[in-house]
Design a protein around this ligand. Structure first.
Ligand SMILES: [Zn+2]
Length: 264
């Protein structure tokens, strides 16, 4: 590069928000009920899964690492197109981070290459974007992903069905704890966000009483988090709550395998 050329800036502070129209909200409520792949969840045990989306480096350094110290493995939903980008979530993870996480035994889940809202593109293009991400992960020496997370949680019935043929499970962001069954095409998840951390703690405490499966998701974990992340002390609070609830912690992939071992 000549001295006169400025490097291409990858910095953006623009946070995309999916549509909030009444029509979109009604569609979301209907989608949760349609195209289900329902599996029984045993109330005999409590299982917690932690997932980190996109994922900012701070989520790895202060979230995954804190769980690692407990001997707990996480699921990281990786969008390779976001590698090294800096945005409203902070600095994002790198390709080397993805490989290191895999080698440390964490689950590397699929999150599309471009991280676009599924409703902003056709189903075929969305599937191509998934193939592109899987190719990028394969080039890093990683195996095909077993589970998927919808960018922004956005989905619709035909997409849920399409993902069922590709993945063992697909995680959404509908705030649901699974106490007797789960729709593996749209696994519910509770946000680990600083502004709602008390609700997350209460959800774990209740899980200790009812049994079932609870998944968490978050993004950045740092002192001054975005509204899509939490603070390191919030992570510590959740870890204590999970310990007190006596829950088993496993990746989303391993939780699905454990559920499928339950006789229906
Ligand atoms: Zn995401």
């Amino acid at each position: 590069m000549s001295m006169g050329l400025a490097p291409v800036s990858k910095k953006t502070d623009w946070a995309y928000e999916p549509s909030t129209t009444l029509y979109s909200r009604v569609c979301r409520r209907l989608t949760v009920k349609l195209a289900q792949h329902s599996v029984k969840v045993s109330p005999e045990r409590a299982i917690v899964s932690f997932s980190f989306d996109d994922c900012p480096k701070s989520g790895l350094d202060n979230g995954v690492a804190a769980l690692d110290k407990m001997g707990w493995q996480s699921t990281i939903y990786v969008a390779c197109g976001l590698f090294n980008v800096e945005n409203h979530l902070g600095k994002m993870m790198s390709a080397e981070d993805a490989r290191a996480l895999f080698e440390a035994g964490h689950e590397i889940g699929e999150h599309t290459f471009s991280h676009r809202d599924a409703k902003s593109m056709g189903l075929e293009n969305f599937k191509l974007d998934i193939a592109k991400n899987q190719n990028a992960l394969a080039e890093l020496g990683l195996p095909p992903s077993d589970t998927f997370a919808y960018p922004y949680g956005e989905t619709y019935p035909a997409l849920k069905k399409a993902m069922q043929s590709k993945f063992k499970g697909s995680r959404g962001i509908n705030k649901k704890v699974h106490t007797n069954h789960v729709d593996l095409n749209q696994i519910g998840s509770i946000p680990l966000y600083s502004n709602t951390i008390d609700q997350a703690v209460t959800a774990v405490q209740n899980l200790g009483k009812t049994g079932g499966w609870l998944t968490f998701f978050t993004h950045d974990v740092r002192k001054n988090p975005s509204s899509y992340g939490c603070k390191p002390e919030d992570m510590r609070q959740i870890i204590e709550a999970v310990k007190a609830a006596g829950a088993d912690v496993m990746t989303i992939r391993d939780a699905i395998s454990a559920l499928k071992g339950v006789a229906v």
